[in-house]
Design a protein around this ligand. Sequence first.
Ligand code: PEP
Length: 257
Amino acid sequence: MNKSLRKAIIAGNWKMNKTRPEAKELLEAIKPLVADAKDVEVIACVPFTNLETAVNVTAGSNVKIGAENVHFEKSGAFTGEISADMLTELGVEYVVIGHSERRQYFGETDETVNKRTKAALAAGLKPIVCVGELLWERECDITEEVIARQIKLDFFGVSAEDIKKSVIAYEPVWAIGTGKTATADQAQEVCAFIRATLAKLYDQATADAVTIQYGGSMNAGNAAELLSKPDVDGGLIGGASLKANDFSVIVHAAVNG
Ligand code: PEP
């Protein structure tokens, strides 16, 4: 596998954290720290209320802004939801879809992940689609079945051209926010399996072009080892993305990875 075929992408997932002034302060701190990381796509995925502030604060910098969810309909009677057009109109470029917290607490299914992914792509947003097994599923030795099923369903009907615009985040659910990181070998094994699954569904060239991230308690201390693996092209970072220095260390680990 040739890592140079794809861009390293480090994305922070702020979850439900930061008011607007706090978001401004954090982004102002991150910007100069990552300004030299030209070969890495640096993204902050922030709560809906922070998007406009975040887009303004990062204008002219190499930090891109993402949302944490998107609805699949263009408009209508969907109280509390936000459409892809509403996001692009703000200058948002990325969106996290199917995060395990959305699957666990908000009834997200592979079918709705698929609909959201297609809606995002149709509007010109780049989806960061999260997949990952539960601890129980890993213990039952069905990790590959779970991941293959999620990849097939989440990208059902997505063209080869469009999947190249998508990012896949492998996030073992047992490693998210728990401090338990998958070992670099475990992360590599599943990221390589995702690429092999894409090669079967599309073709090898398409699979080689898709950025696959690892997410799950990635931090300043373990990022370099995880990102050194041939199929781990980046990271989706929760807790550590809320600390400018730690986030910057992870971004620079991707420069060297
Ligand atoms: C996440 O929210 O996607 C995540 C990986 O969280 P954490 O880094 O805190 O485990």
